[in-house]
Design a protein around this ligand. Structure first.
Ligand code: COA
Length: 179
């Protein structure tokens, strides 16, 4: 497990998939995820099997918060496409439980992924792509230490129009771990 102040990240299990499908079919959750169509349990199962074939450092992680004596899943995240020569990788997340939005969890997930990426995986550059309209996401990533480094103009088609896609990144040299 990777432990933060209020969250922990654990490996996804097959039993998480029905909940992920329900969340990813919610129009508000999927709005900025660039998913072109509703997904089925079979599709998600296939995604999961393919994900397991990736190196273990790239396996996706369930975001959990404390609930009573136990832990409750609220979303999913991961580190993808590790380039071992330049020590670079991409990160992504979604919080499917909308009652948990704007409570700082997204920021905390990113901080935890950065710590893992820099202090355990020995990576040097972490980046993400975010729809320019996803103001809550952008705000969370800025709080976690990301800086905007590029605008991919009209790289997204959403809600009937072209939208910009932002690239944000953190370098190991500019990252400060939280105490
Ligand atoms: C994007 C997402 C990860 C953010 O997670 P979160 O837990 O809500 O983020 P946080 O609470 O850490 O930070 C969000 C910040 O943005 C602010 N915010 C929210 N909506 C905003 C808006 N429309 N304009 C400006 N700021 C906004 C919040 O107030 C909060 O700032 P604060 O802590 O200073 O008050 C989450 O909403 C989510 O998973 N959405 C659906 C899927 C998705 O978009 N994934 C990301 C793809 S790149």
């Amino acid at each position: 497990m990777l432990y933060g102040k209020r969250i922990r990240l654990r490996a996804d299990e097959r039993s998480d998939l029905p909940q992920f499908v329900e969340w990813l079919n919610d129009p508000q959750v999927r709005r900025y995820l660039g998913m072109p169509a509703p997904i089925s349990q079979d599709y998600e199962q296939q995604w999961f099997e393919n994900m397991l074939k990736r190196p273990v450092e790239e396996h996706t992680l369930c975001i959990e918060i404390q609930a009573g004596d136990g832990w409750r899943c609220i979303g999913n995240c991961g580190i993808f496409d590790i380039n071992s020569r330049v020590r670079s990788a991409e990160v992504g997340l979604f919080i499917g439980d909308k009652s948990c939005w704007n409570m700082g969890y997204g920021t905390e997930v990113m901080r935890l992924l950065l710590r893992h990426a820099f202090e355990t995986l020995n990576l040097n550059r972490i980046f993400l792509r975010v729809d320019a309209g996803n103001l809550g996401g952008i705000h969370a990533y800025l709080k976690a230490g990301f800086v905007q480094e590029a605008t991919l103009r009209q790289a997204i088609f959403r809600d009937g129009k072209y939208c910009d896609d932002l690239v944000m990144s953190v370098l190991r040299s500019e990252w400060t771990p939280e105490e």
